[in-house]
Design a binder for this molecule. Structure first.
Ligand code: AHR
Length: 498
């Protein structure tokens, strides 16, 4: 099968914010305890941080990591997690029915971020917490010294303020499962009050409203509209979440998942535009897609209550999941004018690209697209014109076989190209034409593919899904022809002539 992609460096939607390649770490299951934090393990450093985890995550180049939840945050008191560890209380965690020992808190998280080379995105509790609690966390983190909470940070051994820039105003407050769930008008008031106090202490921070938890919620968009109308002047972003799934094992339909992601991004772009027009505002509010991934297998809630760090949501990822992850990223790049922040949910053990055991670490399939995109998608987001055959994707109708995105880095004179072949049967021969510049060479063609979309890496066979070298050729007429296997992902750079 053949398809074509036409690119032009002047046809773009603006810069790609590197925070599009963020992650999310929640206090849940073995994400923190036994995941990033495992004191006493020979694989951990003197702070108790797993060195192998840090090394694997470093290759993902996440500029920001959201913390500490998720559902967890909505009944969390950040004060429980500071100061001498022996004095920190163990608490029941309302969200996941486990015991939270609080031996890892704000200070440990920021220290871990510094080791990893990332920035924290701190979410405050607007479920059971107050605006004052949220503001005091800003005081603890961002004020230099001379006030009660900033002095407590200094007393806890951290002289320089953390200067945390990005803050989340609660989590999924539209969900009846959320501690402190309220109607949108009430949450909007809470968020505005918290924003007023938080920015009153540090006007340089940026705030994210908790938008709809899913496009399947009956209040989808209505919830978001109320919040944006009420909080428009207080915030920089609204959050969206999506977890994709293939419960009916309908892979052709699942592999058209990017269509749904596009639609969500366009819904938000329209809503933001509507509220902006309503307000006659010059301000722009952007999207923080601060939870996204594939998650549908490990969704049961028959917990064994009140354990320490039981395995929860430990999804095993296969090739088709990785191709859906690639489509999320394609969609984010194509909508880089809307999406400024996005956080893969999550990063270790819990619905994660990286899995630990006490004696080692495993890389899951979804790790690979993320690593490729965060490396190659830099600069500005091009608008690709794609000419592709279509296929029947169940109730999603006829969908293009080829899903693609591209970036242009003027400093490096390079174009990153990201192509997903959604077909289960037909390899694609894709012609890439760059309309306004000439291509010097094709670099670094990487492919993720395989005969079995259900193939997954696990401890006994860790290389079932891995990157291999792909095939592409610069032709005499200046076009590049690349082979994208079915189903599969191909990522490569085009080096441009000066
Ligand atoms: O990431 C797992 C959970 O999914 C988060 O705690 C919550 O925000 C979402 O529903």
């Amino acid at each position: 099968m053949n398809a074509s992609v036409f690119l032009e460096t002047r046809r773009h939607v603006g810069p790609i914010d590197s925070r599009m390649f963020g992650g999310f770490l929640e206090h849940i299951g073995r994400a923190v305890y036994g995941g990033v934090y495992d004191p006493g393990n020979s694989l951990s450093d003197t702070s108790g941080f797993r060195k192998d985890v840090i090394e694997a995550l470093r290759r993902m180049r996440m500029p920001v990591v959201r913390y500490p939840g998720g559902n967890f945050v909505s009944n969390y008191d950040w004060r429980d997690g500071i100061g001498p560890k022996e004095r920190r209380p163990a608490r029941p965690d309302f969200a996941w029915k486990t015991i939270e020992p609080n031996t890892f808190g704000v200070d440990e998280f920021v220290a871990w971020c510094q080791k990893l080379g990332t920035s924290p995105m701190m979410v405050v509790n607007l479920g059971t917490g107050t605006a004052k609690d949220a503001a005091e966390l800003v005081e603890y983190c961002n004020l230099p010294r001379g006030t009660y909470w900033s002095d407590r940070r200094v007393a806890n051994g951290v002289k320089a303020p953390y200067a945390i820039k990005l803050w989340g105003l609660g989590n999924e407050m539209d969900g009846p499962w959320q501690a402190g769930h309220v109607p949108p008008e009430v949450y909007a008031q809470r968020a505005a009050q918290a924003a007023q106090l938080m920015k009153g202490l540090d006007p340089t921070i940026e705030l994210v409203l908790a938008g709809s938890s899913s496009c399947l919620m009956p209040t989808y968009m209505a919830w978001d509209r109320v919040l944006l109308e009420y909080c428009w002047d207080h915030v920089e972003y609204i959050a969206a979440h999506r977890y994709s799934g293939n419960p009916a094992s309908d892979t052709p339909r699942f592999l058209a998942e990017g269509v749904e992601v596009d639609r969500i991004l366009e819904d938000y772009a329209s809503l933001i535009g509507y509220v902006r027009a309503l307000k006659k505002s010059n301000k722009k509010v952007y999207l923080a897609f601060d939870e996204w991934n594939v998650w549908y297998r490990e969704r049961h809630r028959d917990y064994t209550w009140w354990q320490g760090a039981p395995p929860l949501l430990e999804e095993i990822y296969n090739l088709e999941d990785a191709l859906v992850v690639a489509q999320f990223l394609n969609s984010f790049i194509r909508h880089a004018d809307v999406v400024k922040v996005a956080c893969l949910a999550q990063i270790v053990n819990v619905i994660a690209p990286v899995v630990t055991r006490p004696d080692g670490l495993l890389i899951q399939s979804i790790y690979y697209p993320f690593v490729l995109y965060s490396e190659h998608a830099t600069g500005i987001a091009l608008v690709p014109m794609i000419d592709s055959p279509t296929y029947r994707a169940g109730d999603r109708g006829d969908v293009p076989v080829l899903d693609g995105a591209a970036s242009f880095n003027p400093e490096q004179s390079a174009i990153g190209v990201f192509l997903v072949n959604r077909s289960l049967e037909h390899d694609l021969k894709v012609d890439v034409t760059l309309c306004d510049r000439s291509i010097k060479r094709v670099k670094d063609v990487k492919v993720l593919s395989g005969d079995d979309p259900k193939a997954a890496n696990w401890w006994d066979d860790r290389d079932m899904v891995k990157l291999v070298r792909g095939k592409a050729k610069l032709q005499d007429d200046g076009r590049v022809q690349v082979h994208v296997p079915a189903p599969g992902l191909a990522v490569f750079d085009l080096e441009l002539s000066k």
